[in-house]
Design a binder for this molecule. Structure first.
Ligand code: GDP
Ligand code: GDP
Length: 496
């Protein structure tokens, strides 16, 4: 499932290394929960890629790149590096793990060379140093040229805290992605009642197409770029194999992020799945709007929900596209035809029930209800049913992108916000009395995503139900379709 929004903006550290050095074991140590069964046999399941480690009141996001690297002993370092690159790029620090029980060999040297070239804070965890006698062996790895060397035993936990402490010294407290006006005036002077559009709205909308492997992302992309009047040109992106495609439509530019990445497939199904999560996170970073593609024939899976969670957390706007709708329709059609034959009377009860299910599935209203049930936190995201292969609803998708892109840049004047606050009946939010706060005033401090600051009479964290209630009321009054809303609380400091 989606991780909580509190992980938003945390610095990230990536664990990398050759197979079997103990990356997964270290990850489990750091994240503190038992995860996959770690074993010597290759191909063990790693069911998590990201986790959060805590030390001394600080948190850091940990990525185990082992989850996206084939468990192949013959794998050459440049391949390991290439495979892990997306995860390494988003990292604020990198921990390379080596096995102290093996001789320092060429592949380690090669990998460390590639990692050093990235120019990020780099740490060498010499693992499997289970007792003091082995510490001397750790020193052999100095030759790799990585200054920060920490001998550890991931299995027993030795040295792991020291490693984490070293890492925390160099990573920022938070990713400073959000800019926000500090020291807000108590009453803003932006008089007026109209909802003001942000002037940047007309430039270019950056779109990331995200989702599991095989849901139809590439097919959809081809339709979105191919049916347009003009494909401006592929523009080289940030990395070698990343290419953005820009499409002009109705005087508006749409940039589809890193389209080459979409076509890249991992070596195994599991790896491709992990990679789709990393790619989604990476693509979203550069986007305003993400299109989350779901395969209608499969419904919302755990991995869909996982990716959706990252989308929500990222602050990007989301459009849910239920693709391959044609397969659902065809299935229902087939069932209906079978029901019309004379044999239908003799159908087993089980088959009849299967038929009813197929018909129900093919009902878009019913289907949407189920999608929303599974992705509750994305209740603000519009849902579009399509068949990318048939090129359906392309126009509608563009219109929706346009609309949600404008919504996320909308700014509500403080005067209007305060009129709104006066009329919200907070009694209706089912919050325990002790957790209630009085909202003195409220102001929108940012767009993309719309961010609100509440000034309250008491210094308490806003109760979940309260926040939820307030968000719903804001949406009812002002819309903000497709975009998450961030709400922050500040107790008012009495200055005089
Ligand atoms: P990965 O492929 O790099 O993720 O490596 P794993 O975490 O799967 O570990 C590979 C093997 O090394 C497993 O059998 C682990 O139990 C073992 N291992 C991991 N850490 C240690 C350690 O600190 N000491 C010892 N003796 N074995 C370890
Ligand atoms: P990606 O891995 O998410 O980029 O998925 P692809 O675009 O490569 O599509 C995966 C498979 O699903 C391909 O065989 C496509 O032809 C097929 N596909 C994509 N969209 C549709 C659709 O709307 N209907 C049907 N029936 N198949 C589709």
């Amino acid at each position: 499932m989606a991780e909580s929004t509190t992980t938003r903006g945390l610095p990230t550290v990536a664990i990398v290394g050759r197979p079997n050095v103990g990356k997964s074991t270290l990850f489990n140590r750091l994240v503190g929960r038992r995860r996959a069964i770690v074993g010597d046999e290759p191909g063990i399941t790693r069911d998590r890629l990201y986790g959060t480690a805590e030390w001394g009141g600080r948190n850091v996001r940990v990525v185990d790149t082992g989850g996206i690297i084939p468990e192949d002993k013959e794998l050459i370092p440049s391949e390991i590096f290439r495979q892990a690159k997306v995860a390494l790029e988003e990292a604020d620090a990198i921990v390379m793990v080596v096995d102290s029980r093996t001789e320092l060999a060429a592949p380690d040297i090669e990998l460390s060379r590639l990692l050093l070239k990235m120019g990020k804070p780099l740490f060498l965890a010499v693992n499997k140093v289970d007792n003091v006698e082995l510490e001397a062996a750790a020193e052999n790895f100095r030759r790799l040229g990585i200054r920060n060397l920490v001998p550890i035993s991931a299995e027993h936990g030795n040295g792991v805290a020291e490693l984490l402490e070293e890492v925390l010294k160099v990573v920022p407290e938070t990713k400073s992605a959000e800019s926000e006006t500090e020291d807000l005036p108590e009453v803003s002077d932006d008089e007026g009642s109209a909802v003001v559009e942000h002037p940047e709205a007309s430039r270019e909308t950056k779109v990331a197409i995200i989702g599991r492997p095989n849901v139809g992302k590439s097919t959809l992309l081809n339709q979105l770029t191919g049916t347009s009047r003009a494909i401006v040109s592929p523009i080289p992106g940030t990395t070698r194999d990343a290419v953005d495609e820009v499409v002009e439509r109705g005087g508006h530019n749409y940039r589809f992020i890193d389209t080459a990445g979409i076509r890249r497939k991992g070596k195994t199904e599991l790896m491709a799945e992990k990679l789709s999560v990393v790619m989604a996170r990476k693509h979203m970073e550069a986007a305003d709007v993400s299109i989350l593609v779901i395969d209608a024939s499969e419904g919302v899976t755990a991995l869909d929900a996982n990716i959706a969670g990252y989308a929500h957390e990222s602050g990007r706007s989301v459009i849910i596209v239920v693709n391959k709708w044609d397969t659902v329709v065809a299935q229902a059609h087939k069932m209906r035809e079978e029901a019309g034959t004379p044999e239908a009377d003799r159908l087993e009860r089980k088959q009849r029930s299967k038929m009813r299910t197929a018909m129900k599935t093919a009902d878009q209203g019913e289907y949407e209800r189920r999608v929303r049930e599974n992705l509750k936190f994305l209740d603000y995201a519009p849902v579009i049913f399509t068949s990318a292969i048939k090129g359906q609803k392309i126009e509608k998708i563009f219109e929706t992108i346009e609309r949600v892109a404008a919504e996320r840049r909308k700014r509500i004047p403080t005067s209007e916000m305060n009129r709104f606050i006066e009329h919200v009946d907070f009694e209706r939010a089912s919050v325990p009395i002790s957790k209630r706060v009085k909202i003195l005033y409220m102001t929108q401090t940012n767009v993309a995503p719309p961010t609100f600051v509440l000034f309250t009479d008491r210094d308490v964290k806003l109760h979940f139900a309260y926040e939820r209630f307030l968000e719903n009321q804001i949406r009812r009054a002002f819309g903000f379709e497709g975009t998450p809303i961030w709400i922050k609380v500040r107790p008012r400091h009495k200055k005089r």
